[in-house]
Design a protein around this ligand. Structure first.
Ligand code: 13P
Length: 249
């Protein structure tokens, strides 16, 4: 049985004091969670979060990682630097990275490989824009993102990857994909995984839905057979809401 995974993506929110307060409020609320729980915090909060999470069932995540082990890459962070801070998960290819920071399927792939090489678990994000959806390109876009994002990654690496399907138009907008649409698109992503790794790996990989997921819609989304978890933005900044999502699944 796969364990479902609910991850919070704090994005560029919370200073150290706020990090400590949010984690301390969250810990007791989710201590009996049946799913895996992750919080992906800003780099500057990693150390505070690591200490605050000690002994809890919440895993520490980061939001990006560079592909090189070290060197002249101003503003970037290496996989080993994350490992040193006991980070367990890292996001790659979030749509905000693709949209504002020129991230491509190839850079996403390189970042994922570096993270896996250092022993990190990866949450690889894919998803179509509104224009792509409205012009009928969703299947092509998510298939290409998946195939190119995973290119050259061995089966052992795949076991440490979670894919997050995040339709760009549903992020931070309050608009959620219908549970059926999310389910159908995730099935397309799974088909792309099957093409690369075969049926068993496609079945066992965990694929999350992300995009305005909240306590009000988590049940309906998670009831869908293809959806194995959630990647939560806005609602993960409020302990009670994030805990409600975690516990409602
Ligand atoms: P929201 O939950 O705020 O829509 O953000 C989703 C997201 O981008 C998580 O990575």
């Amino acid at each position: 049985m796969k364990k479902e995974i609910i991850a919070g993506n704090w994005k560029m929110n919370n200073n150290k004091e706020q990090t400590l307060a949010l984690i301390n409020e969250l810990k007791p609320l989710v201590k009996d969670a049946k799913c895996e729980v992750v919080v992906c915090v800003p780099f500057t909060s990693i150390e505070t979060a690591r200490k605050a999470l000690r002994g809890s069932n919440i895993k520490l995540g980061a939001q990006n990682v560079h592909w090189a082990p070290k060197g002249a890459f101003t503003g970037e962070i290496s996989a080993d630097m994350l490992v040193e801070q006991k980070v367990k998960y890292v996001l790659v290819g979030h749509s905000e990275r693709r949209q504002y920071f020129g991230e491509t399927n190839q850079s996403v792939n390189a970042r994922a490989k570096a993270a896996l090489g250092a022993g990190l678990n990866v949450i690889m994000c894919v998803g179509e824009t509104l224009e792509e959806r409205e012009t009928g390109k969703t299947a092509d876009v998510v298939t290409k993102q998946t195939l190119e994002g995973l290119e050259g990654i061995e089966k052992d690496g795949l076991k440490k990857i979670v894919i997050a399907y995040e339709p760009v138009w549903a992020i931070g907008t309050g608009k959620t994909a219908t549970a059926q649409d999310a389910n159908d698109t995730i099935a397309i992503i799974r088909k792309a995984v099957k093409k690369l790794y075969g049926r068993n790996y496609a079945k066992s990989i965990r694929i999350q839905y992300g995009g305005s997921m909240n306590p009000g819609n988590v049940k309906e989304l998670m009831a869908m057979p293809e959806i194995d978890g959630g990647l939560i933005g806005g609602a993960s900044l409020r302990a009670k809401d994030f805990a409600a999502v975690v516990l409602d699944r």
